[in-house]
Design a binder for this molecule. Structure first.
Ligand code: GTP
Ligand code: 5AD
Ligand code: SF4
Length: 324
């Protein structure tokens, strides 16, 4: 469908849980957050009903996110269910990778089309400082397994002063020997992200160019998102940038979100949401659900309000509750 500004909306991010087995410093407080009660989390059957209603209005691509989606039991079954829906062409996953290797076979068999791994450093100690877990090897193994399986893979890194600026070229270098994309995401002032200064994409690009040579902007679109990609000489993969702060991409936004407690969010960074849980639990027929979603999505805001001061309608939830 098109929204009121003529943007084609064909992608839905579905957060299946607000729980996570890591505690990244920019996302989760060390003690965790107040969790959504189990009874308020949509069941797989309810998620599939929303996805089917979304497909009726033109959603073709689904991203499964969290928290950490792989901590939710039987997630492969949800992927299978969503993938089988009429109109859904692609189902992809964004994970921290800790549980990926043991589940990779079932995920691929269920129809998973691609996977993104969050990885901010290649140093085990720094990984522990950022995520509060000693688990770097697990993530690296998961990335290599995905590549061996031929599953299209990307790595997401959020650059942060005093944490991982020394790792940026090393991370980008993963795309030299492997056919994957390494992407750098500008820190957004959402939740704990407010405690960090955004490191701009231009800075990161310059640093990588100093190590690997001049980049060429890629004509090839990798994935469904707002990232811009570059090719470097001799690289099998590519390097991408998600410049939410310095290169606003809202004018070309193609997506909406579903939170794990069943709220439809037309924008990541705007508190407006539509509660679908009550409709689902009150048995609203599919076509009416679709219609209600379509009217709400049509009014999608023009742009994010990340630059607004707190309290001005900017999203005040933690990233882990929205799913990125
Ligand atoms: P693919 O390219 O298909 O893999 O999609 P993607 O880039 O959306 O996937 P991923 O889940 O890895 O998202 C990466 C990050 O980009 C998100 O976690 C956010 O931090 C950021 N991002 C994604 N969509 C938006 C958006 O609509 N607005 C903003 N501001 N940031 C976004
Ligand atoms: N700003 C930008 N990216 C963030 N992520 C989590 N919090 C933020 C933030 N405040 C990233 C994670 C993960 C992706 C889903 O979102 O690093 O790769
Ligand atoms: Fe978990 Fe991802 Fe948040 Fe890290 S960024 S705590 S991996 S949800």
């Amino acid at each position: 469908m098109k929204d009121q500004l003529g943007r084609t909306i064909d992608y839905m991010r579905i957060s299946v849980t607000d729980r996570c087995n890591l505690r990244c410093v920019y996302c989760m407080p060390a003690g965790g957050i107040r969790k959504i009660p189990h009874g308020d989390v949509l069941t797989f059957e309810e998620i599939c009903r929303v996805a089917a209603a979304a497909a009726l209005i033109g959603i073709e691509k689904i991203k499964i996110t969290g928290g950490e989606p792989l901590v939710r039991k039987n997630i492969a079954e949800l992927i299978r269910g969503v993938k089988q829906l009429e109109g859904i062409k692609k189902v992809t996953l964004t994970t921290n990778g800790l549980l990926f290797s043991e589940m990779a076979e079932q995920l691929a068999e269920a129809g998973l089309d691609a996977v993104n791994f969050s990885l901010d450093t290649l140093d085990a100690d720094r990984y522990e400082a950022i995520t509060r877990a000693r688990a770097l090897d697990k993530v690296l193994d998961a990335v290599d397994l995905a590549v061996r399986m031929g599953l299209p893979a990307k790595i997401n890194c959020v650059p942060m002063k005093n944490h991982n600026l020394g790792d940026l070229t090393g991370l980008a270098g993963l795309a030299k020997e492997r056919p994957l994309s390494v992407r750098f995401i500008e820190m957004m002032p959402i939740g704990l992200g407010r405690n960090f200064e955004t490191v701009g994409s231009e800075f990161v690009l310059r640093r990588i160019a100093a190590a690997f040579g001049e980049p060429v902007a890629s004509a090839r679109a990798v994935g469904n998102g707002p990232a811009l990609y570059y090719e470097f000489p001799g690289f099998k993969g590519s390097v991408g940038f998600i410049s939410a702060m310095t290169g606003e991409f809202c004018g070309a936004c193609n997506r909406v979100r579903l939170t794990s407690d069943g709220r439809l969010m037309p924008c990541l960074c705007n508190q407006k949401s539509l509660d679908l849980k009550s409709d689902l639990r009150n048995g609203l027929p599919q076509t009416e659900l679709s219609g209600k979603m379509a009217s709400f999505i049509a009014a999608k805001p023009r742009r994010h309000n990340l630059s607004e001061p707190k309290g001005n309608g900017a999203e005040e939830k933690h990233m882990v509750q929205i799913g990125g």
